[in-house]
Design a protein around this ligand. Sequence first.
Ligand code: ADP
Length: 205
Amino acid sequence: MRLILLGPPGAGKGTQAQRLVDKHGIVQLSTGDMLRAAVAAGTPVGLKAKSIMEAGQLVPDEVVVAIIADRIDQPDARKGFVLDGFPRTVPQAEALDKLLAERGLKLDGVIELKVDEGILLKRIETRVAEMTARGEKVRADDNPEVLKGRLAAYRTQTAPLAGYYDAKGALKGVDGMAPVDAVTAAIDGILKPSGSTATAAGRGA
Ligand code: ADP
């Protein structure tokens, strides 16, 4: 199974990706996590990405495309993967199409987590407060000022991907404002062969 999760920062992509990993035995490919690891390790890619990420901007397409090309060739990605945070621009999506075609692979779907942007800031503030309370290290770009930039980058550079995949008939939307379990159930419903009597794209509550 090969999926893309699409949605702005704080939409819950990471949480849902992890559940898909557990359920389907696929791997989560998060370019954000990979870039943070590169920054922490001080690799050439990390050195290049650090200040860009801290400013809430996008790392150049060729950098993330190279990372993903490398990663999908690893043995553990053979069973499938869920992409989280990639692609983030139309050129990245085009590069992914090419990578997959060259390998004779197909995407099973693109799932968009639809959220109310006004609420995202609050969600991230809560995430930061919880992490701080647990004594965990907070991401350098998880502060209100940088988050506004990340949301702006999403709106102008990433949101157009919904149209890109919709035109291919690959896009499915779920209500990302629903409780976490309801979002998971909605995604499960989408991934079931013909939807059948599965849980209605439930809204919890
Ligand atoms: P978010 O919670 O903002 O979705 P991520 O962990 O996915 O965060 O990404 C953090 C940062 O890493 C982004 O703001 C960007 O600078 C960089 N990044 C991650 N994925 C990509 C990508 N596909 N293209 C360009 N930059 C990326």
